[in-house]
Design a protein around this ligand. Structure first.
Ligand SMILES: [Zn+2]
Length: 217
């Protein structure tokens, strides 16, 4: 069996960016079971997904007092809604039915993200994308952060868009890295250098931000 896809997320910014990329890739109808340590970034993750789905981010909080929130996109063209479920306070999966669960699951516009998914019994059905966030540190141990692990293999489309090799040096990177699809500014700038002689791999013109990156000063 191949190892489960995973990514090391250095901070909440990378967590949010990674989740945003996932949100952008959701077509509607996805069911995501999100588990994780307290404070490992579940709310940040849902906020990132909302951004990718075009849902106003300020609406997203830890839904402590409400089991379920349906968030409509601010731009109807997005065509996808975020359904955020915090099943922690659910006494009985039958309560979901009273909230119109059957209809929510049937509506293909809905991307359903469930925290504490075990409390739902089998209500999420089949083809659930399982995600787990936990506190972790980088492989060398010197950078504290969190790790996200997928519970099963991903479609090749998701796999190729969330994980790639740095276009410069070939190092494995993920979509939460700010310099994606490069491992860092060094590789990105090297590639921009190639842009001048035509051997670049990112076919866009240089933007001002590229040239005035504080990390390179
Ligand atoms: Zn690189």
């Amino acid at each position: 069996m191949s190892p489960k896809p995973s990514a090391f997320l250095r901070d909440s910014h990378e967590t949010e960016s990674f989740a945003r990329a996932l949100g952008l890739l959701c077509k509607g109808g996805e069911r995501i079971a999100l588990t994780g340590d307290l404070g490992a970034g579940k709310t940040t993750f849902v906020r990132g997904m909302s951004s990718g789905l075009g849902v106003p981010e300020e609406e997203i909080s830890s839904p402590t007092f409400t089991v379920m929130h349906v968030h409509e996109p601010s731009d109807q063209k997005s065509g996808r809604c975020l359904v955020h479920v915090d099943a922690y306070r659910l006494e009985d999966p039958a309560e979901l039915m009273e909230l119109g669960w059957d209809e929510i699951v049937r509506d293909r516009r809905n991307v359903i993200v469930v925290e504490w998914p075990d409390r739902l019994g089998g209500a999420l059905g089949e083809n659930v994308l399982e995600l787990e966030l936990f506190h972790s540190s980088s492989s060398g141990g010197e950078v504290p952060g969190r790790e996200i692990v997928f519970g099963s293999s991903l479609s090749s489309d998701l796999m190729n868009k969330l994980f790639t090799k740095c276009r410069g040096c070939g190092k494995q990177i993920h979509a939460g890295v700010g310099s994606f699809p490069f491992c860092g500014n060094k590789c990105r700038m090297a590639d921009l250098g190639n842009w001048f002689d035509g051997s670049y791999s990112v076919s866009r013109e240089i933007e001002e931000d590229d040239l005035f990156d504080p990390d390179l000063a």
